[in-house]
Structure formats: structure tokens, C-alpha cells
Design a protein around this ligand. Structure first.
Ligand code: NAD
Ligand code: UDP
Length: 338
């Protein structure tokens, strides 16, 4: 299939390009590089030896989207482009609604003009909010606790309504749990521009000597070691879930949500231990108060994805830590030239 990948130069998008090309799909990237560098595509191209069409543009720019859709004529779109920092979303709510919600609307309108009717959407487990039961299944009530989460839920609603309004439209809503890890080549990985918000890149930067100490946000949760539990998913498994979603979308109609996780959960302490083992480095930690808005436990019931997408995670915790370490230690400044 011909797949347009918005946000394709980003962390998850870049890994997905490789998996799509490995399965024979033709890809085109549309990215404004607000959180990525063109060097990513240079690396992806050299890893794949494949053709990647690419356009620089913003998902809120309908003229530019028309140009790309006209030129590339995709069969499906994977929509990664968006903003993802929970804290920043509270400071800049209108910016988040504009990019994540208006951007999705603008893209859908452009797809309609081009006759493209299949979209795979980057949603998040954060749409669920405080668990009423665990693990979360897709029927769990949605009640996001952040602006970011609400932008994702609104985009899901728009996509569901859009898909219901025509017989041949498909929206696959992938609710990611906690993506971590890097490609086995150590050539592509997560490269946060500022201080990392997320646990794994923060640990990696401590291990490589860029930061002194990991702050553990709360050790008084009702969990075995008192720290938060999360369902970490290797980015290559996550990338493969998008390929499975593309295959599914070829024959499915309407909107359908899928949890993309492993069904397992690990604590902050588990992640630190796994990283120390993988890197051979000590990770100094300091316990600080809980981070506002954090939930004690997030864990997926990923059985729907297995049954309907024929997808399940295959990478374990050691692989998540080892691949992150390989990426971070071989690229201590990320994509920046040293
Ligand atoms: P990322 O920031 O690495 O990738 C997003 C890409 O989109 C970047 O290349 C960025 O330059 C581009 N982009 C941003 N705004 C744009 C715009 N207006 N127009 C065009 N391009 C734009 O993030 P990621 O971790 O790869 O996440 C991809 C998607 O998955 C996002 O929508 C994010 O909300 C969602 N998601 C991520 C996580 C996570 O923890 N990484 C978890 C759940 C959901
Ligand atoms: N966490 C932490 N220190 C950090 C970053 C995160 O202790 O510097 C904890 C956080 O409280 C949560 C887990 O690690 O329990 C995962 O947090 P992350 O921000 O990676 O993901 P999310 O909050 O989106 O689940």
C-alpha cells in the first residue's frame, strides 16, 4: 500500500517507516520538524536502502496537505504528527488543541478531497484516566486527566464520527501504553530536545553522564515497591502494530480502538534495575514527591489487538533497556553532530 506518514520523522514514526518498508509498503513522510531533524530520514534511508518520499509541512496547512495527497495518492494515512508533553499541554492548551485536534480535522478534510478513506491514529492510554478496573480494556470508560489526553480523546471522537458517516471509511485508534527502546541498529531512537519528561530517556541520560540523578516521583503508591507501575512497550513492537493496523484497515470499516501494550507492568525501580544491568552503569536516584496527575498503575489488556490485528509484543524488558542503552551510548547527543 501507499502510506502517508504524518510525523514520520519522529520517534515512533521513524521506527514505523522501517517496518512498513520491510513489508513492501511505499511510504511518504509529512513532517514540520518541530520535534525532529531531517537527519532521521537520512538514517532511515541508509538502514532500508528504500525510497522515502518526503514533504516538509504542517498538518494544519490544508494547501500543503492537498499538494502531498495529490502527488503521492496514498491508500492510507498514519497520523503521528502531534504534540505529546502532558505538562506543556496545561501551559499551552490552545496550541495543543490546535495541533492535535484541528490538525486532525484539517488532515481528514484533505483526505476527503483526495479520496483517501483509511487512517491509523496515534492515540494514548492516557484517554482512560484513573482506572476503574485493571487491566484497562478498550471498553473502560474514558476520562483523561490532562489537556493532552483530552486532545487525543477529541480526535478519537472526530475520527469515530467521520468513520461512521461513510461505508468505506476506516479509523484505527491505537492507544499506546509507554513506548520505550530503540531500533536494533542503534541508528534511530528517542531524542528529547529538552529535559526528558519520560522515565526511560531520563534514565538513559543519567547512565551516559548527561544528568546526575534520576528523581523517583513518589515511593508511596499502593504498589509492591511503592513506585508507579507502567506497561512499557518496545518501539519496534509498536511500529509493527501500525503495519498490522494497515493490513487490518484494508478490509475493515468503521472506527475501532486497540490497546497497544504488553499486558505486563514494571515499576520505576524495575526499570532502573533493568537499565543498570543492560548498561553496567549505576543510576543514582533520589525520591521526591509524587508528580501531579500521575496514576499508580497503568496496564493494558492487549487481547483485542491479538485477536483482531494478529499482533502481540515480542520484545521484553531486557531488550527495551539494552536497545535504549545502545542508542544512547552510541549517540550521546542524539541526532546532533558531535
Ligand atoms: P515525536 O515528537 O517524536 O514525533 C511527532 C512528529 O510529529 C515529530 O517528528 C514532529 O516534528 C512532528 N510534528 C509535530 N507537530 C506537527 C505539525 N503540526 N505538523 C507536522 N508535523 C508535526 O513523538 P512520538 O513519541 O513519535 O509520538 C508520535 C505520536 O504518538 C504523537 O501523536 C503522540 O502524541 C503519540 N503518542 C506518543 C506516546 C509516547 O510516549 N511517545 C504515547 C502515546 C501516544
Ligand atoms: N517517573 C519518575 N521519574 C521521572 C519520570 C517518570 O519517577 O523522571 C515515573 C512516573 O511517575 C511514572 C513512570 O515513571 O510512574 C512513567 O512515567 P513517564 O513520564 O515515562 O510516563 P507516563 O507518566 O506517561 O506513564
Amino acid at each position: 500500500m501507499r502510506v502517508l506518514v504524518t510525523g514520520g520523522a519522529g520517534y515512533i514514526g521513524s521506527h514505523t517507516l522501517l517496518e512498513l518498508m520491510a513489508q513492501g509498503h511505499e511510504v511518504c513522510v509529512f513532517d514540520n520538524y518541530s520535534n525532529a531533524t531531517p537527519d532521521v530520514l537520512t538514517r532511515v534511508r541508509s538502514l532500508s536502502n528504500g525510497v522515502i518520499h518526503d514533504y516538509v509541512g504542517d498538518v494544519r496547512d490544508s494547501d500543503k496537505l492537498d499538494e502531498v495527497l495529490q502527488d503521492f495518492q496514498p491508500d492510507a494515512v498514519i497520523h503521528f504528527a502531534g504534540l505529546k508533553a502532558v505538562g506543556e499541554s496545561a501551559e499551552k492548551p490552545l496550541y495543543y488543541y490546535d495541533v492535535n485536534v484541528s490538525g486532525t480535522l484539517t488532515l481528514l478534510r484533505a483526505m476527503a478531497r483526495a479520496g483517501c478513506k483509511k487512517l491509523i491514529f496515534s492515540s494514548s492510554a492516557t484517554v482512560y484516566g484513573e482506572p476503574e478496573y485493571l487491566p484497562y480494556d478498550e471498553a473502560h470508560p474514558t476520562n483523561p486527566t490532562s489537556v493532552y489526553g483530552r486532545t487525543k480523546l477529541m480526535a478519537e471522537s472526530i475520527l469515530s464520527d467521520w468513520a461512521a458517516a461513510g461505508d468505506d471509511r476506516t479509523a484505527v485508534l491505537l492507544r499506546y501504553f509507554n513506548p520505550v527502546g530503540a531500533h536494533a541498529s542503534a541508528q534511530i531512537g528517542e531524542d528529547p530536545k529538552d529535559v526528558p519528561n519520560n522515565l526511560m530517556p531520563f534514565i538513559a541520560q543519567v547512565a551516559v553522564g548527561k544528568r546526575d540523578v534520576l528523581q523517583v516521583f513518589g515511593e508511596d503508591y499502593d504498589t509492591p515497591d511503592g513506585t508507579g507501575l507502567r506497561d512499557y512497550i518496545h518501539v519496534v513492537d509498536l511500529a509493527r502494530a501500525h503495519v498490522a493496523a494497515i493490513d487490518y484497515a484494508a478490509n475493515a470499516h468503521g472506527a475501532r480502538a486497540f490497546n497497544i501494550g504488553t499486558g505486563l507492568s514494571y515499576s520505576v525501580r524495575d526499570m532502573v534495575s533493568a537499565f543498570e544491568k543492560a548498561s553496567g552503569q549505576q543510576i543514582p536516584t533520589k525520591t521526591v514527591p509524587r508528580r501531579a496527575g500521575d496514576i499508580a498503575v497503568m496496564q493494558a489488556d492487549a487481547s483485542r489487538a491479538k485477536a483482531e490485528l494478529d499482533w502481540e509484543a515480542t520484545h521484553g524488558l531486557d531488550d527495551m533497556a539494552a536497545s535504549t542503552w545502545a542508542w544512547q551510548s552510541q549517540n550521546p547527543d542524539g541526532y546532533e553532530q558531535r
